[in-house]
Design a protein around this ligand. Structure first.
Ligand code: SF4
Length: 371
């Protein structure tokens, strides 16, 4: 077979301070983590925990829950205790919920200074409570709720305005000796967002939470997030990510994981390398790729499976993958680790690939790969 190109990190990671969100380290070279946010009423503890369980199963590492009412604040302790992954309380408007979330044992609290009146006056108490409980704070600046003072100064939510807002709030915490902070400066325009995070990365050493806010429905939001996160992460900027989609949160996690895997920042699990098909295809590539993907769904080992429509690039790609098929003349040549192991009729391609994938997975598990 073709020798594997050794994996090389896409970029040296920006050196940031490390904070602990529960058991998940963020910053300081820790793996980039994937977050999402529940869509249930937080006060509905059962539904929220159910959704958190689904998110956990999909690979989410940190979950955020909204806390707009006292009932939600009251639910935080149970949710934080029973969740399998660290819970961050998301607080706007009401400083009293910041204290409630810290008391409730949330792994971190997100505050949006632009949305909390008299926030600056309460920073001392917040810093003290957070310090007492070892609770990190995310300063979450958002284009849609920028501090009025900065909005007046800059006219709109420019990258400079977002960064100034975040660093101003951080400086208030620093005055009280509190540095257990991560920062986000979200904007719905990837160009502004990329610029804001780039500037922020240069001006502080806090870990950064990446997000394109209000990114839109799944298709648009996926692309906006992939482009923006890709631009930043490929320069080593970003310690934790949240993809925002107008879609179920488990979708956000899937996209987030895929972005990290595409950049080599997270170990690849199953990867299907399939061709786009063209006028040379001698098999229905879309259908084949879909059936193979469905058949191998949930596979826990880093398996690369090539599904190729013809013999032009087919054998080459199929050879470089762990497993592959190159189709032609109603038949499929099945490759394992670069060797043709058999040729099967088209109708048997999917089941043969799945069978062989299982064998390889078993072998990998025995060898301790992917564990
Ligand atoms: Fe076309 Fe063959 Fe390439 Fe697929 S592998 S895109 S069918 S040339």
């Amino acid at each position: 077979g073709v020798p594997e190109v050794p994996a090389r990190p896409i970029a040296e990671r920006r050196m940031s301070r490390r904070i602990q969100v529960g058991p998940v380290a963020v910053g300081g070279g820790a793996p980039v983590s994937v977050q999402s946010m529940t869509t249930t009423r937080t006060s509905d503890v059962g539904a929220t925990l159910q959704q958190i369980a689904e998110l956990t199963a999909s690979g989410c590492q940190i979950v955020r829950v909204a806390c707009p009412t006292q009932d939600d604040a009251d639910a935080l302790a149970t949710i934080a205790r029973k969740s399998q992954i660290p819970v961050i309380a998301d607080i706007h408007f009401q400083p009293k919920y910041v204290f409630a979330a810290i008391e409730a044992g949330c792994a971190a609290v997100r505050v949006n200074p632009g949305n909390i009146k008299q926030f600056d006056d309460r920073v001392k108490e917040i810093a003290q409570a957070a310090k007492d409980h070892g609770t990190p704070i995310r300063i979450g600046v958002n284009a849609g709720s920028l501090d009025r003072r900065l909005l007046q100064k800059y006219g709109r939510a420019t990258p400079e305005a977002l960064v100034e807002s975040a660093l101003w709030e951080a400086s208030l915490f620093e005055e009280h000796g509190f540095r257990d902070i991560k920062i986000s400066v979200k904007h719905n325009d990837p160009v502004v967002m990329i610029e804001a995070y780039s500037r922020l990365a240069e001006q502080c050493d806090y870990p950064l939470h990446l997000g394109v806010t209000e990114a839109g429905p799944a298709f648009q939001g996926t692309i906006k997030s992939a482009v923006a996160f890709g631009a930043l992460l490929s320069r080593g900027i970003g310690d934790t990510i949240r993809v925002s989609l107008s879609a179920p949160p488990a979708e956000e996690v899937k996209v987030g994981i895929q972005i990290l895997q595409s950049l080599g920042l997270k170990e690849r699990r199953l990867e299907i390398v399939s061709c786009p098909s063209c006028g040379r295809a001698q098999v229905d590539v879309y259908k084949l790729a879909e059936e193979v993907t469905a058949g191998l769904d949930g596979m826990e080992v880093p398996l690369r499976v090539a599904v190729m429509g013809c013999v032009v690039n087919g054998p080459g790609e199929a050879r470089e993958a762990d497993l592959g098929v190159a189709s032609g003349n109603g038949k499929g040549q099945i490759f394992v680790k670069g060797e043709v192991i058999k040729t099967v009729p088209e109708s048997k391609i999917v089941e043969t690939l799945i069978e062989e994938a299982m064998k390889i997975a078993e072998q990998m598990e025995q060898d301790g790969v992917g564990s």
